[in-house]
Design a protein around this ligand. Structure first.
Ligand code: IMP
Length: 175
């Protein structure tokens, strides 16, 4: 059990379960991209631990770049638009794999995918550690999913509650 600020969290997925599942994803990606040089886009802050564990298990030549999404939200006709910050490399013609911590409503990933596709990569895939299928509000194609979980708030392994908890080496769910 862990306490963060005013909330109590209980264990959901252990460090060893997480690491062995990530190793399986890495093996699958290594097979799928054999002979290619994928370009990983890691979405900060949440995906930092997942990305570290994933890429060190992928023995391919690859490039890794870290991006953030703008925290301010511009209001367009479509609603709140968060822009990718920090992608300096050209991804046109590349095999892109986006690494995310969690796909919840899917709205963030849908926006990210639109912005990435606009740069004309050869292919785009998504690797997410967690997915809450019940929370999905827009269809998104997810090629590599670590764990499908219930629609409950989780922390640890990169994910935070109000900025705290990212360093926990396992996943915890709100009690
Ligand atoms: P979406 O746009 O609703 O899919 O949300 C994506 C973002 O919300 C993730 O990248 C996380 O930063 C955050 N998020 C969603 N669910 C959780 C959770 O259970 N714990 C911590 N952060 C979450």
């Amino acid at each position: 059990m862990v306490t963060i600020l005013d909330k109590t969290f209980v264990p959901l997925i252990s460090r060893s379960e997480i690491e062995s599942r990530i190793a399986e994803l890495a093996t699958q990606i290594s097979k799928d991209y054999e002979g290619r040089c994928p370009f990983f886009i890691v979405v900060l802050n949440g995906a930092f631990l997942f990305a570290t564990e994933l890429v060190k298990n992928i023995p391919l030549n690859c490039e890794i770049s870290f991006v953030k999404l703008s925290s301010y939200a511009q209001t367009h006709s479509t609603g709140k638009v968060r822009e990718i910050i920090g992608l300096e490399e050209k991804i046109a013609g590349r095999d892109v794999i986006i690494i995310e911590d969690i796909v919840d409503t899917g709205l963030t990933m849908a926006q990210l995918l639109t912005q990435v596709h606009a740069q004309l990569p050869q292919s785009v895939a998504v690797a997410t550690l967690l997915h809450k299928p019940e929370a999905l509000q827009t269809p998104v194609d997810l090629q590599y999913v670590g764990f499908e979980i219930q629609n409950r708030f989780v922390v640890g392994y990169g994910l935070d509650y109000d900025g705290i908890g990212r360093n926990l080496d396992a996943l915890y769910v709100l009690a």
